[in-house]
Design a binder for this molecule. Structure first.
Ligand code: F0G
Length: 499
């Protein structure tokens, strides 16, 4: 829609100018630091940082109905900077000028209602937000759009020259970081550090394709993360893990979009979120709280954090009585929800803080954690796929969590769950194939159900001529091949001939 065609009360607010009073807040010593620098830990005490807007209350000066109307109208505005996560500029990173925003097509992913047969199987209606439909095929693009937009801004205003951007990854952060960095040409060069053999071949191909420097290290993600932390402490680099708080701001857009998708009515909803490094769940809680404080939404949904029982430090923390909660990292074991296979989540202190704030506002039992096993995760992914929803293993983890939470009575069938399928299913197809070929049992402890497995069927062509590369068949040979193959397939499918 052309700007002039918008209603008069919306027009002046369509394209926001910069505002707010952003700063890094240290969660440990409480120090506040200026936002126009690259910080990943507090320079005063080394604590973890969150970015906050001291002028957030200015958003309350307008009624919630104003923001709802504005964000809904913005969806019709053809301004690239506001097409993605920056639709919610005022709540997200209001200090970033629109001219520095990077938009590669991220955000506004579909929210799809589970087909009735799947809802019946699970015992409740639910929706899935398809985060695999982001540019690098995972939700990480939301945070990366915010972090790289800010970096782009700093490179310009501070004349930084070429920046080396580094991250450790279970496969999706690296794919996203490499893609977004490559969009900036020479000004940002990305380097990714991956746990060898612990990212899928598809995920490994992504940063290679985007031209990043790719390093593989022995160990699991937690080991690679320590190396990246050392690099960011000792050398001039930009850190693109979710320790970078700009990433968290971008990922808040998931919460804003879910609110918008359900007409800002979240009271009876349950958001189920897979947790690895705990960046995503932190961002979702933070986004929901901001929208609630500004009355954009009038109720808060329940939040379910889900982990595999093979990588479950967050589950173990929340399952202790509130007064006795203490956090310990765990040693992870192989999990098909490999992208979330993290034993010592970097954002855990942020999560502990925000979940407390969330419970204070939304009430006790508005936030809880469940753990699921590998068999349930795989079955979640496969069952969804067999009912029209192509979801990743972490999406399968959410489906397993929905079932577990219903069984435990933590949620009821009258509530509506929204599952976060955080990445594209195709990134994790090796797990599906291993399941189908009966190879998952040993390392992952997955019990295979034969009725869920599927393999290509062979076609018995007998003595019929067969096509080959560079070989020209005669008409008779082709006819013999086609009729033999068609007959064999019809018999395999039990087809009856037309009358
Ligand atoms: N799902 C997918 C597909 C992921 O890639 C990740 C994390 C998670 C869930 C967990 O989200 O870390 O915010 O709690 N992947 C990171 C990476 C760690 O390196 O790609 P989280």
């Amino acid at each position: 829609m052309l700007p002039n065609d918008f209603p008069d009360d919306i027009k002046p607010f369509l394209a926001p100018s910069t505002g707010g009073d952003m700063g890094y807040d240290c969660l440990v010593c409480g120090a506040r630091h200026a936002p126009d620098q690259l910080l990943y830990t507090c320079p005063a005490c080394g604590g973890i940082l969150l970015l906050t807007d001291k002028k957030l209350d200015r958003l309350k000066e307008k009624p919630g109905s104003f923001w709802r109307r504005l964000f809904d109208h913005r969806l019709m505005l053809n301004l690239p900077a506001l097409k993605g996560v920056f639709t919610f500029h005022e709540f997200l990173a209001p200090n970033v000028p629109l001219s520095d925003v990077i938009y590669l097509g991220e955000g506004h992913t579909p929210v799809v209602k589970a087909p009735p047969a799947l809802a019946n199987l699970v015992g409740a209606n639910f929706y899935v937000k398809m985060e695999g439909q982001n540019p690098s095929a995972s939700f990480k693009d939301r945070g990366m759009a915010a972090a790289l937009s800010m970096l782009n801004h700093l490179v310009r205003v501070k004349n930084l020259g070429q920046v080396i951007a580094v991250c450790a990854s279970t496969g999706d952060t690296s794919a996203s970081a490499a893609l977004y960095a490559s969009s900036l040409g020479k000004s940002v060069k990305s380097a990714v550090i991956l746990p060898q053999g612990k990212v899928t071949p598809q995920q490994l191909s992504q940063p290679l394709g985007a031209g990043a420097a790719v390093f593989e290290l022995p160990g699991v993600f937690d080991d690679s993360m320590k190396v990246v932390e050392r690099l960011s402490e000792k050398y001039q680099v930009a850190l693109l893990n979710s320790k970078n708080p700009w990433r968290v701001l971008g990922q808040e857009s998931y919460a804003y979009e879910v609110a918008q998708r359900f007409d800002y009515s979240l009271r009876d909803k349950v958001l189920i979120v897979p947790v690895g490094n705990a960046g995503n769940i932190t961002a979702i809680l933070s986004g929901l709280l901001k929208f609630h404080r500004a009355s954009v939404i009038d109720g808060l949904p329940k939040i379910v954090a889900v982990q595999s029982n093979r990588a479950n430090p967050v589950f173990l923390y929340y399952r202790q009585p509130v007064a006795a909660r203490s956090y310990s990292p765990v040693t992870v074991r192989p999990s098909v929800a490999q992208a979330a296979m993290i034993g010592d989540p970097v954002s855990f202190p942020r999560l502990a803080d925000l979940s407390k704030a969330y419970e204070e506002r939304a009430g006790v039992s508005s936030f809880f954690a469940v753990e699921v096993d590998e068999t349930a995760i795989m079955e979640g992914m496969l069952q969804a796929n067999r009912h029209g929803l192509s979801i990743c293993t972490q999406g399968g983890e959410c489906l397993a969590a929905l079932r577990a939470a219903l069984a435990e009575g933590l949620i009821t069938p009258s509530e509506t769950a929204v599952l976060d399928s955080t990445a594209h299913a195709l990134k994790f197809m090796d797990f599906q194939n291993a399941y189908f070929e009966g190879r998952l049992a040993k390392e992952y402890g997955v019990a295979t159900k034969p009725e869920l497995a599927n393999r290509p069927r062979s076609v018995d062509l007998g003595q019929a001529p067969i096509p080959g590369q560079g070989k020209t068949m005669t008409a008779a040979e082709r006819e013999a091949f086609v009729s033999t193959a068609a007959l064999a397939i019809a018999e395999s499918l039990g087809l009856s001939e037309k009358a």
